[in-house]
Design a protein around this ligand. Sequence first.
Ligand SMILES: C[S@@+](CC[C@H](N)C(=O)[O-])C[C@H]1O[C@@H](n2cnc3c(N)ncnc32)[C@H](O)[C@@H]1O
Length: 219
Amino acid sequence: MSDDGTTAEQFWDDRYSESERIWSGDPNTVLVRETADLPPGTALDLGAGEGADAVWLARRGWRVTAVDISRVALERGARHAADAGVADRVDWQHHDLAVSFPKGEFDLVSAHFLHSPREMPREEILRAAAAAVAPGGTLLIVGHAGPPPWEQQDHDHADGHGHHHDMHLPTPDEVLESLRLPQDKWEVLHSGEHERVQTAPDGSTITRTDNALKLRRLR
Ligand SMILES: C[S@@+](CC[C@H](N)C(=O)[O-])C[C@H]1O[C@@H](n2cnc3c(N)ncnc32)[C@H](O)[C@@H]1O
């Protein structure tokens, strides 16, 4: 519960209810790039939002568990999956990841922009994410490297991903350290920043810096 009396779930439901669709509907480019050569298996998408990544994976043959705190987002994702003909390949699960985590092990665990202006134990959630990777599987964590330009000018304004300026956005090295992984059991496949072109709320095109960490759990 925050100062204004709303829960994180209400915050995200309200955010998703603001419009028919708040994200682009396209899968994240890093997901596409970093998973294109993986054989389809089981995937877990944490903070799946409106489901573009989950549906893209399902269309490529993955069996996906898509998790979000917002039932509004999950219902939207399920409709998207039905429209794409992959409803039977995605299991939409409602979890506040601060409280509960899906059961099982997965060949791919993906967390794209799992940021929230509400209190969220991101490091703990990402440690649970690592623990859910099956031997030989992949962990992909993508986040923003900094606030968007329009938020730098207006501290009170939340960005298109619902962020506030003072939210800590860790580097890939910080994320890796916080995972506390045994080095002999994991291989770092990619760690770094990249630029991404995005449409700002005013319709202009801007370039943002994000970061990505890709790890493989050794067998
Ligand atoms: C910035 S959005 C990213 C959505 C999507 N992954 C993408 O890349 O477009 C963050 C997502 O995390 C979800 N989320 C925030 N806090 C959460 C929590 N405690 N448990 C589960 N999901 C959460 C939000 O509902 C939202 O869909």
